[in-house]
Design a protein around this ligand. Structure first.
Ligand code: URA
Length: 236
């Protein structure tokens, strides 16, 4: 989704009968409200989520949507698929067709995925620089050891991309189960990291993304992100 920030004078001229040159006067007359506050400058940015009111007429009022979904196994992380149910099929929301995924999970991976119509937000969330930890509960076929902890902390070389994974924290819970925290999301990253040791992932479940936790959210259902979760993401 493209980032749509427009200057106020351009936005007004594109969405009303006024010219760009007339916008200064409208501002002086306090006839333009941006998110309820009188505009003060022709260069103020207008995004697709700014509520713009001109002389009592609403010109733009798009609402951002941020949802957490508990993805069950057997569901595709896509908005369309010819064969299998998609995460979007699980969403009950009037604006569901505007939504896209901020990060995917494999077909049989379960747990937290985030959906939004705010492209700038999802891009920032997924950028490695944002360093939002994504935490997974993992079970594997062969016993784990401290060797994995050290190797994941140092980074695993992925020959296909010619890169080394960023430091990851592994907490061994039992012989074959662990919690893994990553700040990036390369293709099949978790499976490939265990694959480095010839160890196959049996189950993979994402329990959190930064401040957003799956908690008690039932499989197949969604909830809106809270103000506090959104504020914590914005601070990164
Ligand atoms: N890593 C994987 O290998 N699969 C997922 O679904 C998520 C992370």
């Amino acid at each position: 989704m493209k980032r749509s920030t427009t200057r106020l004078d351009r936005f007004i001229s594109q969405n009303s009968g006024f010219s760009m040159g007339e916008v200064r006067l409208l501002i002086a007359q306090r006839k333009i409200l941006l998110d309820g506050i009188p505009a003060h400058c022709i260069r103020q940015p207008v995004t697709r989520f700014t509520r713009v009111v001109l002389d009592g007429i609403v010109l733009s009022d798009a609402q951002p949507v941020y949802l957490a979904l508990h993805k069950p196994a057997g569901v595709v992380s896509a908005t369309k698929d010819g064969k299998h149910p998609t995460v979007l099929d699980l969403v009950r929301h009037p604006r569901k067709h505007e939504l896209h995924l901020a990060g995917r999970l494999d077909f049989n991976t379960t747990g937290l995925v985030l959906l939004t119509n705010d492209g700038a937000w999802s891009r920032r969330l997924s950028a490695p620089e944002t360093k939002l930890p994504k935490v997974y509960e993992v079970s594997v076929t062969r016993p784990l050891s401290e060797e994995y902890v050290a190797a994941f902390r140092a980074g695993i070389y992925f020959a296909y991309e010619g890169m080394t994974t960023l430091p990851a924290q592994l907490e061994i819970r039992s012989a074959r189960t662990c919690r893994l925290s990553l700040v990036e999301g390369k293709y099949h990253q978790v499976k490939r990291m265990f694959g480095h040791f010839g160890n196959k992932v049996l189950s993979l479940h994402r329990v959190s993304i930064g401040p957003v936790r799956l908690g008690e959210l039932q499989a197949g259902t969604t909830r809106p992100l809270t103000r506090s979760e959104l504020a914590q993401v914005a601070q990164r």
